[in-house]
Design a protein around this ligand. Structure first.
Ligand SMILES: [Zn+2]
Length: 413
């Protein structure tokens, strides 16, 4: 719990300390409880509470009797006090959500990413989607704190520029934040998608949830968001979370780096789809057999559709499809065992756009693989689970970043 200070110059900071404490509480807090949890004086808490009530960010919500003395007025968050828009730019789908101050999704819109990958065309779709969620929810634009965009890395968070996203060459060095600000009139920020996903998960944390965990983001590629000591770890340039080229399968797939069996390469949907095509489980577009080792230039939508087919074949009992998935799960367990040992985490959360199709296979096989590796490496078991936030996790997280930047004493992460 961040603690405040009793200096007039940082009144705005104290506002965020009190608001954060109220937001994280179950059912609200009294002013006396706020004094205890924030370290602020009773007078400061009283002044701050009045200001936040006047701004419509918190409300008085009845009285509670706590032991002797007069009943205490409970302060609760006012969910309609402010809103934030979150956008997830994925190579296939653009997801747009509107969150209230409690972090609940009140409206959402989904659009296909333009096949051209053109940045300005993408921007026009994003602007339209933002207009749609605001119109559908009836929320006044003046109540929107800003727009957060989760984009594939690498990104420059200082300038809001998407640097060189793989798979979307049309976005190279695109000034996304400034273009979006100009087009919507709303303040904007840009974050890496895995970071946004980890932020969304942290917002859902209850007070007693573990504070050291990783979020494995399964999209077109795989990334890892880290929550360490209760904070999202973003690294020196806010680009932490690239899984790098740790070798988990020495005889496995050839990676762009020239080596075989790098983790990210060995589990990404394209790689699993190609293995299935070579093995004859899936048909390549056009129906011709593809010799082992010959790569196809498949667009992201085709990969996504074939990936669904692969998981359906495994569900139907196809042994080869099952073994392709199982090998990728074993590779994930290798990687996570090392990561768990390095970071001393006790939980791994999975999510992202490709995760729903993999979830049943991971649920059946990952704990066994993890247990096997954990016994040799780790001093305690690691729990694996699916994100509670769902497939929109990166968009939700991008909106949470806006709420954090506006209302949290931590500020922008
Ligand atoms: Zn590699």
């Amino acid at each position: 719990m961040p603690r405040g200070a009793n200096l007039p110059a940082i009144a705005a900071f104290n506002d965020t300390v009190v608001l954060d404490a109220v937001r994280r509480s179950e059912g609200g807090l009294s002013r006396v409880e706020l004094v205890g949890s924030t370290g602020l004086s009773a007078q400061t808490v009283s002044n701050v509470s009045r200001r936040l009530i006047d701004q419509g960010l918190i409300r008085e919500a009845g009285k509670r009797i706590d032991g002797p003395g007069k009943p205490r007025t409970i302060l609760q968050l006012e969910p309609t006090g402010s809103y934030a828009v979150g956008v997830h730019l994925d190579p296939t789908v653009i997801t747009c959500v509107l969150l209230d101050l409690e972090g609940e999704v009140v409206a959402e819109a989904r659009r296909h990413s333009p096949v051209s990958g053109d940045a300005m065309q993408t921007l026009a779709i994003v602007v339209e989607a933002i207009g749609t969620v605001l119109a559908e929810s009836g929320v006044d634009r003046a109540k929107v704190s800003g727009v957060g965009v989760a984009a594939p890395g690498p990104i420059d968070t200082e300038t809001g520029v998407v640097v060189r996203p793989p798979l979307i060459p049309g976005w190279n060095d695109f000034h996304l934040r400034d273009e979006l600000r100009a087009a919507t009139g709303l303040s904007s920020l840009v974050a890496k998608d895995v970071t946004a996903a980890a932020v969304a998960e942290r917002w859902r944390d209850s007070a007693d949830a573990s504070h050291d965990y990783v979020f494995v983001y399964y999209g077109t590629g795989v990334g890892v968001g880290m929550v360490l000591g209760g904070d999202v770890y973003t690294g020196a340039t806010h680009n932490a979370g690239d899984v790098g080229h740790a070798i988990v399968d020495p005889g496995g797939a050839l990676c762009a780096c020239g080596r075989r069996g790098c983790y990210g390469e060995s589990v990404r949907p394209y790689r699993l789809v190609m293995q299935a095509i070579w093995a004859g489980v899936l048909s390549a577009p056009g129906g011709e057999p593809v010799p082992d080792g010959v790569e196809l230039d498949l667009d992201v939508e085709t990969v996504d559709a074939l990936f669904t087919e692969l998981t359906q074949a495994a569900t139907a009992g196809d042994d080869v499809a099952t073994s392709i998935l199982d090998r990728s799960i074993r590779n994930t367990a290798y990687y996570l065992s090392n990561l768990s040992a390095l970071l001393d985490i006790d939980r791994v959360v999975f999510g992202g756009p490709s995760w729903d199709r993999l979830e049943p296979f991971y649920a059946a096989r990952l704990p066994g693989w993890m247990h096997e590796f954990d016994m040799d490496i780790l001093t305690h078991p690691v729990i694996t689970e699916s994100s509670a936030v769902g497939a929109d996790v990166a968009a939700v997280g991008a909106a949470c970043l806006v709420l954090d930047a506006t209302f949290s004493p931590r500020g922008r992460v």
